[in-house]
Design a protein around this ligand. Structure first.
Ligand SMILES: NC(=O)c1ccc[n+]([C@@H]2O[C@H](COP(=O)([O-])OP(=O)(O)OC[C@H]3O[C@@H](n4cnc5c(N)ncnc54)[C@H](O)[C@@H]3O)[C@@H](O)[C@H]2O)c1
Length: 361
């Protein structure tokens, strides 16, 4: 019988959850949104069983749901996930996992108590080129990864002014918490080592300048705040001795939007990169997946050709959650990894505030 999933939050990301779940053979039994009109509009033309105004109403009406996906603004990731886990449902939650590590600890504890899967939408792990690169790394082609660089930088990509993305109380922060994908991907390639030290700088430039607004995100709101950072530059070291450089921004003077992880291993280096179109949209984007090695006394570059995926792994990530519940595939990420990620995010903000390195425990 098909697994039954309920989606909470009918915004921009919900369609990827719907497409991924249904492609994996699950049934989307309902969608809940505090804005029921939005939920109704989402359900129209899709095979969605019912519409509710809250997760509580959905759980009351559909006690046989197997899983819940959480697609709300960041502030609600923890309470909605824990409510679903406490009701005995598996949970697939959008990134960032939570507002901070303390919240993530609570979510992790709830998943252990319930004995249910808690996964997150680190969709870049599911991109075809990243799956291919991970296969090479797992098979030992890169050797030990000593160092890596993770970046998601935007020139003019502030996702609206005064909406929930720019209101710290709702989002937890700016690009540090909104763009954790390349940090997560670099950690994934490196074997998710235990972090040791963090040295970071966080900047707040351009957050009042409409010339730095991105072509996506949500409408401006006069009532909300714009009190989050615009960029972060940082260095991490790990208990293993590995190192990682991080760059992320919504707004800073770079040539174009760049999204990449590069790494240097003892057998090969590597790069997965997307250069977005100059207008921020994908039409002129360039994708690269390469390995750099030495073979038979000569330096060799290998291009890994992967299929195109304009959802950037979003559909595949949601499908993987269904396959993981059904035991058909290994889960692409774990709650333990999400806790390490949130500890690093906390350390980025702490180091920047204290203007000195901080130790991560
Ligand atoms: N993985 C990715 O590539 C990616 C991309 C964009 C956004 N996201 C993440 O997805 C999440 C949602 O982003 P979005 O762009 O869809 O936002 P959005 O603002 O378009 O939609 C959020 C929806 O949640 C509803 N909502 C708010 N609180 C609720 C609650 N307690 N219960 C039920 N519904 C509630 C709102 O009414 C709204 O319709 C965020 O956490 C964001 O960081 C991920």
């Amino acid at each position: 019988m098909a697994l039954k999933v309920g989606i909470v939050g009918a915004g921009g990301m919900a369609s990827y959850h719907y497409d991924g779940f249904t492609a994996a053979g699950a049934e989307v039994a309902a969608i809940a949104d505090t804005d029921t009109e939005r939920a109704k509009a989402f359900a129209k033309g899709r095979a969605v069983g019912a519409v509710y105004a809250s997760l509580a109403a959905m759980l009351d009406a559909l006690p046989d749901l197997d899983a819940v996906s959480v697609v709300t603004p960041n502030k609600f990731h923890k309470p909605v996930s824990i409510e679903a886990l406490n009701a005995g449902k598996h949970v697939f939650c959008e990134k960032p996992p939570a507002l901070n590590a303390a919240e993530m600890e609570e979510m992790f504890a709830a998943s252990k108590k319930a004995g249910k899967i808690l996964m997150f939408d680190f969709n870049n792990r599911a991109r075809p080129e990243c799956r291919a690169m991970m296969r090479y790394i797992k098979e030992g082609a890169a050797g030990t990864i000593n160092s890596a660089q993770a970046q998601w930088v935007r020139r003019a990509g502030i996702p609206g002014f005064g909406g929930w993305f720019t209101t710290k109380a709702l989002s937890g922060g700016g690009p540090v918490i909104d763009l954790p994908h390349m940090l997560d991907l670099a950690l994934y390639f490196m074997g998710y080592p235990e972090p040791a030290w963090c040295l970071a700088g966080v900047f707040y430039d351009f957050m009042d300048n409409r010339a730095f607004k991105g072509p996506w995100g949500i409408p401006d709101s006069a009532s909300g705040a714009t009190d989050v950072e615009s960029s972060c530059h940082a260095m991490l070291s790990f208990r293993t001795g590995q190192t990682l450089m991080i760059r992320c921004s919504w707004a800073e003077f770079v040539e174009r939007e760049q999204v990449s992880v590069t790494f240097q291993g003892t057998r090969a280096g590597g790069m997965v990169q997307r250069l977005f179109g100059v207008d921020g949209i994908d039409s002129t984007s360039i994708d690269t997946c390469r390995l750099f090695s030495e073979e038979y006394g000569v330096q060799v570059n290998r291009d890994i050709i992967a299929e195109k995926d304009e959802t950037m792994g979003r559909n595949g990530s949601a499908s993987n959650f269904i396959d993981a519940i059904g035991g058909k595939a290994a889960a692409l990420n774990t709650a333990g990894e999400a806790l390490i990620l949130m500890k690093i995010i906390d350390a980025l903000y702490e180091s920047a505030a204290k203007k000195r390195p901080v130790e991560i425990h």
